[in-house]
Design a protein around this ligand. Structure first.
Ligand code: ZN
Length: 267
């Protein structure tokens, strides 16, 4: 029986593959964005009660403006590429929270938070777009769902699957998520290097599509790198080192600049 269950999991896992928009990478997704949404809504709302929400301030409204502008462009691109069902799963929300950590994050489905601590580095609308593009990319690529799916396959004992099977599907998913201790950990879920670099690549293209100069992305990381020598930043501790990112971003720059110029009607 246990072998049968294990076989079922493998077959199920293989059938639960999807293709990441823009990069074309195939990924394992036992959990779709929709599966994660009940947990996300709960945790996102909790985050909004833990910090002072500054979304109605001038700085907060700039984040909302950039977020909405970019989300609109990204959704149009996804629909054009045939990702209609993915678009229907996205439920964007943008907030600025009072927190001195130099950080920003995005929960599955597009629940974004910027901390006030990152604003001295983003500086202006284009700087916000650098981080926004990266965060939107995590949601579009369902990196959380992929990460959880990988954890399940690596860590889950067949016994838990035995327990979970036969229950109703929602409950099954909750048991699976709880069993790997990720359910209450969405915002600090650390992504792999591969996910981070993929989010950088997608974010660079997204900002260019929305009419923001992509050359500001490596410039932003330069600023972060300069200050991080004195101070260990939270964003950097959960993300790859700036020099590696800058190198990668520059290698993608010709493509990004072409998209940017097209979006501005320069070509
Ligand atoms: Zn990231």
């Amino acid at each position: 029986m246990k072998k049968l269950v294990a076989l079922f999991c493998i077959v199920y896992a293989l059938s639960a593959c999807s293709i990441v928009p823009l990069t074309g990478r195939s990924q394992l997704t036992i959990f779709t964005t929709q599966d994660l949404m009940p947990l996300v809504k709960e945790e996102y709302n909790e985050s909004l009660t833990e910090s002072k929400v500054l979304t109605s301030t001038e700085e907060g409204q700039e984040i909302v403006k950039v977020g909405n502008k970019m989300a609109e462009v990204v959704e149009a691109y996804l629909i054009e590429q045939g990702y209609d069902s993915l678009v229907s799963e996205l439920d964007w929300e943008f907030n600025l929270l009072e927190n001195e950590e130099v950080n920003a994050w995005c929960m599955p489905g597009g629940k974004v938070a910027f901390y006030t601590g990152i604003l001295p580095f983003t500086r202006d609308e284009t700087g916000i777009a650098v981080i926004m593009g990266h965060e939107l990319a995590h949601a579009v690529a369902n990196h959380s769902g992929e990460r959880m799916s990988q954890e399940i396959l690596m860590e889950l004992g067949v016994g838990s699957i035995d327990l979970a099977m036969g229950q109703d599907p929602t409950l099954t998913q909750e048991i699976l998520l709880l069993s790997i201790g990720l359910a209450s950990n969405l915002k600090i879920l650390s992504f792999s290097r591969k996910h981070e670099l993929e989010a950088d690549r997608m974010g660079l293209i997204f900002m260019a599509m929305a009419g923001y100069d992509p050359r500001e992305a490596p410039a932003f990381w330069e600023r972060m790198a300069e200050d991080s020598e004195e101070d260990g930043f939270d964003f950097l501790s959960t993300h790859p080192g700036p020099s590696r990112r800058i190198e990668r971003l520059n290698s993608l720059m010709p493509e990004a600049i072409a998209i940017y110029e097209q979006s501005k009607g320069l070509k």
